[in-house]
Write a protein that binds this ligand. Structure first.
Ligand code: NDP
Length: 341
């Protein structure tokens, strides 16, 4: 019998690639979306663009902030991929706006998966749940052993939401006998091809750069992941016996914001005058942040380089990563094919 996999937030950028990978591998997929009919339409169109047969894809309604729908969503599913979580481009003033759906939604999915007797849940966390440790030695390379300290005063509500959601998931499986096994994927900033024009925050950055929204880029740098790697790692972590009880960093190398712009221009030379043309001196960013509130969240990141090791995904899951250049270029080319930039 075909195994069915629950994929939460199946309208999202990463989730659609996970759904495509599962369908390609012969699984049936039950997605969740806040609006099931709209969600099914979005996911089916994305599968058509990916050249994947969506016959075995269905969609049910469930919201991370409400109990209704989750038991029915998980019932009969062999595995669950919990991908949905708020990922806003601007940070809310009230951290609870993102923390509550992230943490409580994770617990709702885990409870429903436990009731359904699913043997394993894969959770999409983030490298942001890894890299903002209380302290570290200079040159420290972050690994799955590192955890973000949510009491730090310089981190965003989103970072707090991802860390507390992941912590809650580990506590749930530790404290509840008979809970599913848990495997966690911690992606860096995800690039790679979009399957439709409904962009995640991480591709919205390319969209804004391509439209000329940023003449200069602040000096920030972060780990980068290709969405295809992120999807494949989720599916490997779902069945590999050695993945149970483990976190996996899914990122390969880093990119600067300025570098992303330059790579967009290399892929699409007509955008050379639109993408950021210089790196802004930190003092300039600090000055602008006095009037532009959105810039304040980047101030603690200026000039900081955080490097993550992906050795565990390579060694335990046998995964070979695409380069950051491939991820950024293919994102840009997909946005051009979709007529977005
Ligand atoms: P998207 O914004 O494309 O997807 C987010 C998904 O979460 C959407 O399907 C959205 O559904 C769903 N969602 C948000 N709030 C709720 C809610 N209250 N109830 C139900 N569903 C909700 O983002 P990504 O695909 O980029 O992100 C997917 C996951 O990957 C997230 O957990 C994110 O934190 C994580 N991640 C992303 C990275 C990146 O760079 N893109 C990096 C590291 C981790 P709807 O369509 O209804 O809004």
């Amino acid at each position: 019998m075909t195994d069915t996999v629950l994929v939460t937030g199946a309208t999202g950028f990463i989730a659609k690639h996970i759904v495509a990978e599962l369908l390609r591998q012969g699984y049936a997929v039950r997605g969740t979306a806040r609006d099931a009919a709209k969600g099914l339409d979005i996911a089916q169109k994305a599968m058509a663009r990916a050249g994947v047969d969506a016959t075995r894809l269905s969609m049910v309604a469930a919201d991370l902030t409400r109990d209704e729908g989750w038991d029915a969503a998980a019932s009969g599913c062999r595995y669950a991929m919990h991908v949905a979580s708020p990922f806003p481009i601007t940070q809310p003033a009230d951290a609870d706006e993102v923390v509550r759906p992230a943490r409580e939604g994770t617990l709702r999915v885990l409870r429903a998966a436990a009731k359904a007797g699913a043997p394993r849940v894969v959770l999409t966390s983030s490298t942001v749940a890894v890299m903002y440790t209380a302290s570290h030695e200079p040159g420290h390379v972050y690994s799955e052993a590192d955890w973000t300290d949510t009491t730090r005063s310089d981190i965003t509500p989103y970072i707090i939401s991802k860390t507390l959601a992941e912590r809650a998931a580990w506590a749930f499986v530790r404290e509840n006998g008979g809970a599913p096994e848990l495997a966690v994927v911690n992606p860096g900033f995800v690039q790679g091809p979009a399957l439709d024009p409904d962009l995640s925050t991480s591709l919205e950055v390319q969209h804004l750069m391509g439209k000329g929204a940023y003449p200069g880029a602040p000096r920030i740098e972060f780990p980068v992941a290709d969405v295809r790697d992120v999807a494949e790692i989720h599916v490997k972590a779902m069945t590999n016996p050695a993945a149970a009880g483990e976190r996996f960093i899914a990122a390969n190398g880093t990119a600067t914001l300025y570098g992303i712009g330059q790579q967009i221009a290399a892929a699409l030379p007509d955008l050379a005058r639109k993408v950021p043309r210089f790196e802004m001196p930190d003092v300039m960013v600090r000055g602008l942040a006095v009037v532009d509130k959105r810039l304040r969240t980047v101030l603690p990141e200026l000039g900081v380089v955080r490097v993550c090791s992906n050795a565990k995904a390579r060694e335990t899951l046998g995964h070979e990563f695409r380069s950051p250049e491939t991820a950024i270029r293919d994102a840009a080319l997909s946005l051009r094919a979709l007529k977005i930039i």
